[in-house]
Design a protein around this ligand. Structure first.
Ligand SMILES: Nc1ncnc2c1ncn2[C@@H]1O[C@H](COP(=O)(O)OP(=O)(O)OP(=O)(O)O)[C@@H](O)[C@H]1O
Length: 296
């Protein structure tokens, strides 16, 4: 599979704020890739750099083979990629049907059938001015304008923010159906349950740095929480083994998060004469909390 998004040591600083600190991303064609992180982790800054809306202060990147830091190429990126921004900014003075007509004039691959289907499914009032739409309706309209463009890559910044549960389910189903047709979806989110439901790859960012980059299958099948109690006090340095992602020790107990190599880790813990060893699966939420907490 080819990478549709690639970055090498990508950096963005705003004065003294180091928002993105050397990101190496590779998003494969046809995947649904979730980009998770706390508020202020650097997700929107990364997305804006990918789209040429903000200039990197270091490193490089490409989207659909076009370099993100060359003006002409970033223009091509914005033409080829359907982007739905976090702020869902739209022309407030237009009506719903006016903005649909206006937008589709720019995109030769516009999907008219899909547009009509989404107008109905999202129950969007064609004659209402955008400034009079509710927050959720505005989000649905912004998503419709992105989904119907017929692009090979969709970048969505918190797509379900402010939507009711029915609309969220609709949006997730649409994303899945688009990827079945070959569209690549890269989306940022705080909604871990949604990510677990539709993503096949997870990227987790914390304070501008990538802390997890793994296929969802690996996250579900291989990540384990290992807790053990020893007859003697233990220290972090006793547990520096391949596959151990985080280590917390307290007196005679250790709590480990392992991403792989679990059998060898358990064997090592046994050799240190652990009296009691618990091995538990981890949810994405637990992995997320573990990754961001340890660095706090
Ligand atoms: N234009 C700007 N000027 C100064 N600082 C900025 C600017 N844009 C973002 N930042 C800072 O960069 C950091 C990363 O912000 P960013 O918006 O990329 O995070 P995020 O992960 O998208 O957060 P959220 O989930 O809250 O949307 C934050 O500390 C933020 O305050």
């Amino acid at each position: 599979m080819a990478a549709v998004i690639e970055t090498v040591e990508l950096k963005k600083s705003y004065g003294k704020i180091e928002a993105v600190q050397g990101l190496n991303l590779s998003v494969q064609s046809g995947s649904v890739c979730a980009f998770l992180g706390q508020n202020g982790a650097g997700k929107s800054s990364t997305i804006k750099m990918l789209l040429g809306m903000v200039h990197p202060t270091g490193g490089s990147g490409s989207v659909l083979g076009h370099s993100i830091d060359r003006e002409k190429e970033s223009l091509l990126i914005r033409q080829k990629v359907a982007f739905v921004a976090e702020d869902k900014r739209l022309y407030d003075y237009m009506t719903v049907e006016q903005i649909v007509q206006f937008t589709k004039a720019f995109f030769p691959r516009w999907n008219h059938t899909f547009e009509r289907r989404l107008m109905e499914q999202f129950e969007l009032p064609p004659k209402r001015r955008i400034r009079h739409l509710s927050k959720g309706m505005r989000t649905k309209l912004a998503l419709l304008l992105g989904f119907a463009r017929g692009c090979e890559l969709l970048i969505l910044d918190e797509p379900t923010e402010g939507l009711d549960p029915v609309a969220i389910e609709d949006v997730l189903q649409i994303v899945v159906s688009l990827t079945a047709e070959g569209t690549t979806v890269f989306f940022s989110s705080h909604q871990i349950v949604e990510v677990e439901q539709i993503a096949d790859h997870v990227l987790m960012i914390d304070r501008g740095r990538l802390v997890l980059d793994a296929p969802m299958d690996q996250v579900k099948e291989q990540y384990r929480h290992i807790q053990a109690v020893f007859p003697q006090p233990v220290e972090e340095r006793d547990f520096r083994l391949a596959g151990i992602e985080t280590i917390r020790t307290e007196g005679c107990t250790v709590s480990l998060v392992a991403s792989h190599n679990v059998d060898a880790i358990i064997e090592h813990v046994r050799m240190l004469r652990a009296g009691n060893i618990d091995v538990l699966p981890l949810s994405l939420k637990e992995i997320f909390l573990g990754k961001v907490k340890v660095r706090s």
